[in-house]
Design a protein around this ligand. Structure first.
Ligand SMILES: Cc1cc2nc3c(=O)[nH]c(=O)nc-3n(C[C@H](O)[C@H](O)[C@H](O)COP(=O)(O)O)c2cc1C
Length: 372
């Protein structure tokens, strides 16, 4: 197939950006931020710049405030040195010809006091994520996995304060040189905890009816549009069907079609649907995907165990505009080139996904044999 006929290599407009292809590198936590300040650094800049041929890169989950942290060694975006750290990354990606959005993350109940300076995790309701583990390094004991802590329910003024933290994080992202921001409303973290019926037992304006469960998403999305300087600089990641971190909705088609419609009214540039996270990959019916397409007028991105051929099929069928390849981008810095030329994909090493240094981050070779 020539590049002219390949749906993955058709250009696309995303907000004000002109993307050269339909290939997304989705957010992937790699736990290599500098300590103790949780800043992005030169190693991370090299890693992202190596992958700049993606039509769009979304950064690893980046926490927006101290109480939003859920795992050791993940980067933040609320201190001046964190903004400076990300500036190195965005400069490197832009110099390599790429485009980069920041994934803004608040984990809510998926945390532990050891990650929060001794404070209790916060959530819509005091409902624990049973059996979920988070990775802790409190500087005293050996780092390791512990059960997520029991959360306390946020008050209404506290919810308002978190919306403001999102607004400020979006401003910080633009100040750090990002092309836009992606709200992490997927995978069982804070926004998802408000959306899904089994993690939200509130009886005020943030819980109960669908309209109320959508309220936090609505307010955060609008704050991001304001903070980032326009809806064209905002995307939202949703995971309607995965049960990761214990978030399950009683009627996901209705809930997420309503969320997509609302986000379309707000005018955000894209929705990014996480169909799979690791092995939790429930089948998402094409009828559901078509319904999202009908209610959301912006760019639709899908992620989850895609091959190049399945991605092309998704684009041809019309329910996707872009497709994200997660684990393939870990081990193939030149993934778009490999897709274009039909070359085989390397597989990643699990043991170097989280934490450590350059090994397993920046040393995967290109198909031509040169590092990165
Ligand atoms: C190492 C790793 C870290 C991840 N971290 C994040 C994250 O920070 N935020 C997020 O939304 N998804 C995260 N994901 C999920 C991916 O974005 C993607 O949805 C998932 O890997 C499925 O795509 P794939 O089958 O192409 O890998 C992560 C996945 C992996 C493998």
């Amino acid at each position: 197939m020539s590049i002219h006929d390949d749906p993955l290599f058709q250009p696309l407009k995303l907000g004000a950006l002109a993307l050269p292809n339909r290939i997304v590198m989705p957010p992937m936590t790699r736990s290599r931020a500098s300590r103790p300040g949780d800043e992005a650094n030169a190693l991370m800049a090299e890693y992202y710049a190596q992958r700049a041929a993606a039509g769009l890169i979304v950064s690893e989950g980046t926490y927006i405030a101290p109480l939003g942290k859920g795992y050791a060694w993940t980067p933040g975006l609320f201190t001046p040195s964190q903004v400076d750290g990300w500036r190195r990354v965005t400069d490197a990606v832009h110099a390599a010809g790429g485009r980069l959005f920041a994934q803004l993350w608040h984990v809510g109940r998926i945390s532990h006091p050891d990650l929060l300076g001794g404070q209790q995790p916060v959530a819509p309701s005091a409902i624990r994520a049973e059996g979920v583990k988070v990775y802790v390094d409190n500087g005293e004991d050996a780092p390791g996995f512990v059960e997520a802590g029991m959360p306390r329910a946020l008050s209404v003024p506290e919810i308002g304060a978190i919306v403001e933290q999102y607004r400020q994080a979006a401003r910080n992202a633009i100040a750090a040189g990002f092309d836009g921001v992606e709200l992490h409303a997927a995978n069982g973290y804070l926004v998802n905890q408000f959306l899904d019926s089994n993690s939200n037992a509130r009886t005020d304006e943030y819980g109960g009816s669908l309209e109320n469960r959508l309220r936090f998403l609505d307010q955060v999305a609008r704050a991001l549009v304001d903070g980032a300087g326009g809806a064209g600089r905002v995307g939202i990641r949703l995971a309607p069907l995965t049960t990761l971190n214990g978030c399950i909705d009683a009627d996901p088609e209705q809930t997420y079609a309503a969320a997509a419609r609302r986000l379309g009214e707000i005018g955000v540039a894209y929705l990014h649907i996480a169909e799979a996270d690791w092995d939790d990959a429930p089948l998402m019916p094409v009828t559901f995907k078509r319904r999202l397409r009908e209610v959301f007028p912006g760019v639709m991105i899908y992620a989850g165990k895609y091959t190049a051929e399945r991605a092309r099929q998704a684009l041809r069928e019309g329910w996707a505009d872009m497709v994200a390849f997660g684990r393939p981008f870990v081990a193939n810095p030149d993934l778009p080139e490999r897709i274009r030329l039909g070359l085989p994909w390397a597989t990643h090493h699990r043991e170097t996904l989280f934490g450590g240094g350059a090994a397993g981050l920046t040393d995967y070779p290109r198909a031509t044999g040169t590092a990165g």
